[in-house]
Write a protein that binds this ligand. Sequence first.
Ligand code: TMP
Ligand code: ASP
Length: 237
Amino acid sequence: MDKKELLYEGKAKKVWTTENPEVLIVDYKDDATAFNGLKKGSIAGKGVINNQMSNILMQGLEKKGVPTHFVEELSERETAVKKVKILPLEVIIRNIAAGSFSKRYGVEEGVVFDSPTIEFSYKNDDLGDPLLNDYHAYALKLCTPEELDLVKKYAFQVNDFLKEVWKKCGVTLVDFKIEFGKLSDGTIVLADEISPDTCRLWDSETGKKLDKDRFRRDLGGTEEAYTEVMKRLTESI
Ligand code: TMP
Ligand code: ASP
């Protein structure tokens, strides 16, 4: 399968068309941004890790009955995926208080919830991805109630699966962001990526941050943290 035309270049990925109109190629970069692109940098080797980790996790999710965009890993940084129309919604599940939740509600990072929370942001960089609820999503025609019900069901299934996978690696899944897309026949599938860019992952013993917060917060050792979680994942499967 060959890349034809560059369809889109995002902050962390390039997306190419192929000879098959239903299939695209995603090409993962080492570029990293934070705070809506205000902070820019690079995490050496990140593209390879995010590509491979995302593919391992998406294949595991398919086996659990969560449909995904995954088709085939083509190289270290490239994967063939089903062409989707991304729902302009960022779906965030949290098991433990951190990040914007801690800031917004004045809750210390690390407080464990009795049950996971779900929230949605409107995927719109110009507006800074504002938080919204179900009714706002319908008013903005981002999705239908039926689609959102399915998105919620899948998101909690993703949480159950990821919590279990990371637990076996000695890693606590704090929270994560996922995105969904629609195939040409209307089927909703998990899209985008699942990686240390999009999850908060803490060492279960020490609480050490093993994710993009090392970059966001200038903690150092970002490359090492990404390499460490990837190593633990590949050794556990
Ligand atoms: P938050 O606490 O900053 O809202 O982040 C929640 C989760 O979403 C965290 O795992 C990091 C992830 N995330 C992204 O994947 N992309 C983003 O643009 C942001 C802000 C967060
Ligand atoms: N998506 C953020 C940005 O726009 C990055 C992040 O905080 O994960 O730069």
